[in-house]
Write a protein that binds this ligand. Structure first.
Ligand code: PGA
Length: 251
């Protein structure tokens, strides 16, 4: 059975004090009947606080990015080793804001994926097409390319530590959510790529999350699609009450 996951990507929001306040409130209202894995990805500066707050709970800690090298003269960067030392279990890589605002290439993202997996971090690997790519019928080829370049050299064994987040760029932070049919179609296609490359077992075990304007009022339909195994949530994960509503809405 593949894991159901609900992940919060806080982006550049919340100081460490605000992180502690969120987690204290969230722990109080949290109940999880469906065995859904909760992943919290605060900014780097809140990782230590978040780690302390979630100790003893089932929540997992994630970073939002990292550098592909272990160490070196890379001012302002953070490595997989540093994230491990802070108690991270996951790292989000290839997010569309990294790709399109910070111009990360598939090759750089590949290096990060390899480094994270080598150090035992699980990866939430984000892929997704831009509006114009969807309009010109290139969605599948974009997804295929991002997967093949981003995961080049990843072994079948390490693939079990990879979670895919399908996040159409046009849906991120825009309030314009993919329809459940659009999400299911993309997720089915993504699973087929893994089936063709790594075989049925790996493909059927892989959790594929949807991301892009997920809200309490649209999660139910999205997550009831057979190939949607959860969500990566930005804006609506910043408030504990809306995040818990999303969890409750997950099928
Ligand atoms: P959003 O962001 O939920 O605010 O659209 C999702 C993401 O970027 O992961």
């Amino acid at each position: 059975m593949r894991r159901k996951i609900l992940a919060a990507n806080w982006k550049m929001y919340k100081t460490s004090e605000e992180t502690a306040a969120f987690l204290q409130e969230f722990k109080n209202i949290f109940s999880n009947k469906n065995n859904i894995e909760i992943v919290i990805a605060p900014p780097f500066t809140s990782l230590e606080t978040a780690h302390k707050e979630i100790k003893g709970s089932s929540f997992k800690l994630s970073a939002q990015n990292m550098h592909g090298e272990d160490k070196g003269a890379f001012t302002g960067e953070i490595s997989a080793l540093m994230l491990k030392a802070l108690g991270c279990e996951y790292v989000i890589l290839g997010h569309s804001e990294r790709r399109h605002i910070f111009l990360e290439t598939d090759a750089q993202i590949n290096k990060k994926n390899i480094s994270a997996l080598r150090h035992g971090l699980k990866v939430i690997f984000c892929i997704g097409e831009k509006n114009e790519e969807r309009d010109s019928g290139q969605t599948n080829s974009v997804l295929e390319k991002q997967i093949s370049l981003g995961l080049q050299g990843v072994s079948k064994n390490d693939l079990s530590k990879v979670v895919i987040a399908y996040e159409p760029v046009w849906a991120i932070g825009t309030g314009k959510v993919a329809t459940p049919e659009q999400a299911e179609e993309a997720h089915r296609f993504i699973r087929k790529i893994f089936w063709d490359t790594f075989g049925m077992d790996s493909a059927s075990q892989m959790s594929i999350l949807y991301g892009g304007s997920v809200k309490p009022d649209n999660i139910k339909e999205l997550s009831s699609q057979p190939n949607v195994d959860g969500a990566l949530v930005g804006g609506a994960s910043l408030d504990p009450k809306s995040f818990i509503e999303i969890l409750k809405g997950m099928a």
